[in-house]
Design a protein around this ligand. Structure first.
Ligand SMILES: [Zn+2]
Length: 209
């Protein structure tokens, strides 16, 4: 009987994790607080202790999904100043999505319902987007990955300014729109953002209709 009570109690205890934010807007504000600390060079390193590691060893409740580029200079946990168990991260060069990336997001948002916030994070001087803009010959399957950026390259061709930077922004918008449509039924809020390698700041991408 005692064991049964304990078993009944366990999920409730897990569910009682204090959520750091209640809705996508609050969760985004939390991420931006962390980004401001990163920009200012005053990282707090939340949730990076041994105690935190142990607390989330048998379950997780990440409060945001982040799709970002594989670029070594844009690790989401660092640029948002967060720790373990906070972010559900998918990283693919050029922050593009294929079926497996979508499946990973689906796991977090639709199946486990960890969070309704999905952040698509492009970044300044992205090598994948640059390769697409300059049409650099590449081996497969990298060539297919870069080819999937072609729409973003075409859409941004007439925008004033630097074509690579504009295509980075167009790609963030296209991927965000795709995910918005896909996860609308789950009440997901998809935010497309861009990261500056120069300053560490995360801002809105351009969009010229
Ligand atoms: Zn990149």
């Amino acid at each position: 009987m005692r064991k049964l009570i304990l078993l009944l109690f366990l999920p409730a205890l897990h569910g009682a994790d204090p959520a750091p934010c209640k809705n996508p807007e609050e969760c985004w504000n939390l991420l931006m607080n962390g980004n401001r600390d990163w920009v200012a060079g005053r990282l707090q390193h939340p949730n990076q202790s041994k105690a935190r590691r142990e607390a989330v060893a048998d379950h997780q409740t990440p409060f945001a999904v982040v799709l970002s580029c594989s670029d070594s200079r844009v690790p989401p946990e660092v640029v948002f100043d967060r720790g373990v168990g906070d972010l559900f991260v998918i990283r693919v060069a050029g922050n593009v999505v294929d079926q497996f990336a979508i499946g990973s997001i689906q796991y977090a948002v639709e199946v486990q319902k960890y969070t309704r916030l999905i952040v698509v994070l492009g970044h300044q001087r992205c090598g994948a987007v640059e390769a697409a803009v300059k049409n650099i010959p590449l081996p497969e399957p990298l060539a297919s990955l870069v080819k999937s950026l072609r729409n973003a390259v075409e859409i941004s061709r007439s925008w004033p300014g630097d074509h690579v930077e504009n295509a980075i922004d167009a790609n963030v918008h296209l991927v965000s729109d795709q995910l918005s449509k896909m996860f609308m039924k789950d009440g997901a809020v998809v935010l497309g953002k861009r990261y500056s390698l120069d300053t560490g700041a995360i801002t809105d991408p351009r969009w010229i209709p």
